[in-house]
Ligand binder design. Structure first.
Ligand SMILES: *Cc1c(COP(=O)(O)O)cnc(C)c1O
Length: 397
């Protein structure tokens, strides 16, 4: 590739650039030795779940790392979002972003709430107080901004918006573990924040989630909702479920916390290689994580401008896929165009969300992408721009 020879793209019948499929997710695994060591204790204690010693230690370490009074670890991020709505005793409609993973809105539906989709800014891909104001009315009971791409909305702006309108603000920070905004850590904004610890996220525990808050009463309600017996003081809650964090999840969480800074460094290197190559490719721009002083570098988001790049986003994805590069379109379509919302709600006017869902893609990043891989992937994006005329409309069949 680097020697200047033009190769035939795999989608036009050439050999593949990769003999494996390169995924987009983080997929960090501790070494087998460390994993075995951590799980041996679970085996020796014969203690699988029910807020065991590792779960308690993981919660302490998480709270410490995030600089927040309470970190309540749960089965997965989606359950954390459902618990958050119940702990805040919300009823009615909640403003949120449609440019998100479906779980943001689906968790509301499980909690008996109706999402009100606000548009996002084209520059940051996030909701703003202005886009929220555009959909605000008397039926709205809360605001739920979503922090994506290892960046954030402007969370302080939303705290001010919440106090101005007397509305609780809680964040879907599933993708923002370890980020800071100004001098503050993500985890401490609004009434509470919800993180995902899914394997594709930077702090992966196979499945997992964490709800953070500085509010002691809210924390007690969350703990009492998490399991039908309290692990702390008993307080009255509207409903309970099983959102427990198992000892196996907690063991992975502790290992992941040990390696967290190295993971960020690895991702940062991958992103800087993408940036240096894509800077020379017209119409393919690597998005910088918006609003954060420090990012977890979790995603490599590229905006494709079809006119200057020469190919549409989906044509580029097909050409990459043929090479073994499983780049993905996140988020497509906007959640407002998915069931049940596409059938139960009037179609909202979200031009920026619709445009981004057609033009944005994720390049592979995480444990399974090394520097050489990143360079090859970025160079493929450059090559496909050069060969755009040949590739237009190619479907590899
Ligand atoms: C991953 C994710 C979720 C869901 O978290 P799970 O742990 O997979 O349930 C919710 N919202 C956003 C924005 C996410 O990226």
């Amino acid at each position: 590739l680097s020697d200047g020879r033009r190769r035939t793209p795999a989608i036009l019948g050439g050999g593949r650039a990769f003999d494996r499929d390169v995924p987009v997710g983080q997929m960090y695994f501790p070494t087998w030795q460390r994993y075995e060591e951590a799980l041996r204790g679970v085996f020796e204690r014969q203690w699988y779940t029910n807020h065991g010693p590792l779960a308690r230690e993981a919660e302490e370490r998480m709270a410490d790392r995030l600089g927040v009074r309470h970190a309540i670890c749960v089965t997965n991020g989606t359950i954390g979002l459902m618990m958050a709505a119940k702990a805040l005793e919300l009823a009615g409609r909640v403003i949120t972003s449609s440019f998100s993973f479906v779980a943001t809105a689906q968790a509301m539906t499980w909690a008996g709430l109706e999402p009100v989709f606000a548009d996002v800014s084209l520059a940051t891909h996030h909701m703003t107080a202005d886009t929220a104001t555009a959909v605000l009315d008397d039926t709205v009971c809360a605001v739920h901004p979503v922090n994506i791409w290892g960046g954030t909305c402007d969370p302080a702006e939303f705290e001010a918006f919440g106090s101005q309108h007397g509305l609780p603000v809680y964040f879907d920070s599933a993708q923002a573990f370890g980020c800071t905004v100004g001098g503050r850590k993500v985890a401490t904004f609004g009434s509470l924040e919800v993180f995902s610890l899914h394997a594709t996220k930077i702090l992966g525990t196979a499945e997992g989630g964490c709800v953070t808050t500085d509010d002691d009463d809210l924390a007690e309600r969350l703990r009492n909702i998490r399991a039908s017996y309290g692990t702390h003081a008993q307080v009255t809650v509207p409903v309970t479920l099983n959102g427990r964090f198992s000892e196996a999840q907690a063991a992975l969480c502790l290992l992941a916390l040990d390696e967290f800074d190295e993971r960020i460094d690895h991702n940062r290197t991958t992103r800087s290689i993408y940036r240096s190559v894509l800077d020379t490719v017209p119409g393919a721009r690597l998005l910088e994580p918006p609003n954060v002083a420090m990012s977890n570098e979790q995603y490599a988001v590229v905006e494709i401008d079809e006119e200057s790049y020469g190919l549409g986003r989906d044509e580029l994805l097909r050409a990459l896929k043929a090479e073994g590069v499983n780049a993905r379109r996140y988020f497509y379509p906007g959640v407002h165009r998915t069931l049940p919302y596409s059938e139960t709600l009037p179609l909202p006017d979200l031009p920026n969300t619709d445009l981004l869902s057609r033009t944005v893609l994720q390049l592979p990043i995480g444990a399974l992408v090394d520097e050489g891989d990143a360079r090859i992937i970025a160079e493929l994006v450059g090559e496909f721009h050069e060969s755009a005329e040949l590739l237009r409309g190619a479907d590899g069949r």
